[in-house]
Design a binder for this molecule. Structure first.
Ligand SMILES: [Zn+2]
Length: 113
């Protein structure tokens, strides 16, 4: 359950941001997560609920935006989205590519008062 580790990381950024902006109560947190990270949203929400207890983010709602995995073909440089872990370039049939999106783990915004 690496979700707990992720939540810890998110919460420390949230706490720092809340202090920097003099917020005493965070109401919503927007995250961007790459699908390659294989984070289960139910697990993340569950871990967050536990970890955020008695912090400024206790009542915060998590808004998660998932980013699909995209690869760039090493032969023809075309980019494509993949749904499973197999990658075959739709343009040339090559099977080797570099990940250009899908590894994100960012806090995009935070709201509170
Ligand atoms: Zn290709």
């Amino acid at each position: 359950m690496h979700e707990f580790g992720i939540v810890d990381g998110i919460l420390s950024i949230v706490k720092e941001t809340a202090i920097a902006n003099s917020l005493s109560n965070v109401s919503s947190i927007k995250l961007r997560i790459g699908e390659m990270r294989q984070i289960a949203s139910e697990m993340l929400l569950f871990a967050f609920e536990i970890a955020a207890k008695e912090t400024v983010a206790e009542d915060a709602k998590l808004d998660i935006e998932y980013v699909p995995v995209r690869l760039r073909c090493r032969s023809c440089q075309s980019e494509s989205e993949i749904k499973d872990s197999r990658f075959i370039c739709p343009s040339c049939g090559n099977m080797i590519g570099d990940v250009v999106a899908g590894k994100e783990l960012q806090m995009i915004s935070l709201e509170g008062e």
